[in-house]
Ligand binder design. Structure first.
Ligand code: ACM
Length: 556
């Protein structure tokens, strides 16, 4: 990402390069110019996903070809033990089916979808069994999340408009026995709502798709130079002043989430077993907050780390954040501080702080100030009883504190090993595999910056990735929490653009996060993806189909 307002010349160069790239590629490859053709509206048609094309691929699927299918019609009951009644009721609602009380016997001839609590052998929560027989669909799981994932598998096997048409018709579910469990506990998507704001409805649309593909962490990048997107009671100017403008329009009216908006997103996500992880990026990337409360900053976009009031300000913001987001984590950014580009060296109090922190006999070094600031963030977040997360620059800064490190700098793999050896946990987001702001294919829209040199982040490239670093001991492997795909939004200003960057790559991210060790063969995966793409198109999503139609996207 990220070249802030203090680097206008660089940004202008990036913009030029970005504009020229699709044209150059289209000329070289003889492809139609990106963005020129309007996508023709697809006609909705029922698109059930065959067992062989479920995404993520379940661990084990046994088909029972000789057995009759389960007939799903409006007369089917849903029945559950108490422990799994929440996902059972959600399924009943989404298919418009009636619940049968726990323990009640169905009338003779009636069929049911039955939820049963059962302990399953899995290191990561979310395991389930789904047995589809002609008399009964049986869902077994140890906890509600597992039962919920079973229902998402079931919904993939049904046409997307099942609810609407069930009263008039019936669907056949193929007899099968599915045994499934996720590989990683962290299966995330990040949306940058700071560069361009994406409202509650859009975010819920992303949550819907995450749920269907069994992803479970939504990281919201809530603040950056271009905008602050969250109302904070104690500091109203953060949103009313800092919320003004975005990457395309510095004069745009303030756009931000109210406390009610956040509560609504968090609740919607929780109903789908998704935890929302808020990020306030500090000490750099804070230009929007600096516009609102310059007294805590260096005159540019970075906090003044030598002023006690700065920490009071941040502590108060973190307190409100903790009250709004009930999840376990708070992300404090910590990336791209670029101390030499701050004004710290011209601020006597920061120089004095650097002198104090630098080993005796050496000239004061700002990298020690950066590390001290990060340490204070860790302490403050822990004080609010949350687990701190930061981007991997904090490892280069020397942090050894108990925290989660999010690795993104693909050319710094040593950060992962250092963090794991220090006992920290890691989320893997290497930019060349996971950055969804990068183009999905040659000549398509995407960010041209920060080491985006390894070609497009295509579906094929994502699913060919084995995320677990080699040579780790068991204890270190346990601390690799999982993977997360960030979507930075310097370019992504509309819902259509957001969807084009997310779909179908979100499904590829889910495949890598969920599947067990073996890599997915890219060509086979692309084949499995075809009905998913057809389904998204039928739902009216601006999905990137494949090479044939990738250049017929719309971004507005
Ligand atoms: C990042 O892309 N600066 C985390």
């Amino acid at each position: 990402m990220r070249f802030d307002g203090s680097l206008p010349a660089f940004r202008a160069r990036c913009t030029q390069a970005r504009r020229a790239l699709p044209w150059l590629l289209s000329v070289c490859l003889g492809l139609p110019l990106a963005g020129q053709a309007e996508q023709v509206a697809a006609t909705p048609k029922p698109v059930p996903i065959p067992l062989s094309a479920l995404v993520p691929q379940p661990q084990a699927v046994t088909t029972q070809a000789e057995q009759a299918p389960f007939i799903l019609n409006a007369q089917v009951f849903v029945q559950s033990t108490e422990a799994l009644s929440v996902p059972a009721r959600v399924l009943a609602q989404s298919l418009d089916l009636h619940m049968l009380p726990t323990g009640a016997a169905p009338a003779s001839g009636a069929t049911r979808i039955r939820f049963e609590q059962l302990s399953l052998d899995s290191k990561v929560s979310g395991a389930y069994r789904l047995k589809i027989g002609s008399e009964e669909v049986l869902i077994q799981a140890a906890e509600p999340s597992g039962a919920f994932y079973a229902t998402q598998t079931l919904l993939q096997l049904l046409p997307q408009e099942a609810k609407r048409t069930l009263s008039a018709g019936r669907f056949e579910l193929p007899a099968a026995d599915i045994s499934d469990a996720p590989r990683f506990e962290w299966r995330g998507i990040m949306v940058d709502v700071a560069r361009h704001f994406h409202d509650v409805k859009r975010v819920k649309g992303v949550i819907d798709q995450m749920a269907l593909y069994k992803l479970n962490r939504l990281h919201l990048h809530l603040s950056d130079d271009q905008g602050w997107r969250l109302a904070i009671k104690a500091y109203p100017k953060l949103s009313t002043v800092g919320g003004r403008g975005d990457h395309s329009r510095p004069d745009a009216p303030a756009q931000f989430y109210s406390a009610d908006d956040i509560r609504s997103i968090v609740r919607y996500a929780a109903e789908r077993y998704i935890e929302v992880v808020p990020e306030i990026d500090m000490p750099g990337h804070s230009g929007a907050a600096a516009r609102a409360y310059p007294e805590y900053f260096d005159g540019l976009v970075t906090f003044n780390p030598a002023k006690p009031e700065t920490y009071h300000f941040i502590d108060t913001v973190l307190g409100e954040l903790a009250a709004l987001f009930p999840g376990r984590y708070i992300h404090f950014g910590g990336d791209e501080v670029w101390v030499e580009k701050t004004r710290w060296a011209q601020m006597p109090e920061v120089v004095a702080m650097a002198q104090d922190l630098t080993p005796a006999g050496q000239a004061p070094q700002m990298k020690f100030v950066e590390a001290e600031f990060a340490r204070r963030m860790v302490q403050l977040i822990q004080k609010h009883q949350r687990v701190p997360i930061a981007w991997d620059e904090v490892i280069a800064a020397g942090l050894r504190e108990g925290m989660v490190v999010q690795w993104w700098r693909m050319d710094h793999p040593e950060a992962v090993l250092t963090a794991l050896n220090q006992g920290q946990s890691v989320i893997l987001s290497p930019s060349d595999r996971m950055y969804l702001d990068y183009a999905a294919g040659l000549g398509e829209p995407g960010a041209p910056w920060e080491g985006n040199t390894g070609g497009p982040v295509s579906v094929e490239k994502i699913v060919a990735w084995e995320p677990m670093p080699e040579g780790l001991g068991e204890a270190q492997r346990q601390r690799v929490l999982g993977i997360e795909a960030p979507l930075w939004t310097e370019n992504v200003r509309s819902e259509a653009y957001l969807q084009f960057m997310l779909y179908p790559r979100l499904a590829a991210v889910a495949e890598v996060a969920w599947r067990q060790q073996a890599r997915s063969e890219p060509k086979a995966f692309v084949k499995r993806l075809a009905p998913h793409i057809a389904r998204w198109k039928a739902q009216g999503l601006n999905v990137r189909g494949g090479l044939a139609d990738a250049h017929q996207y719309r971004l507005h």
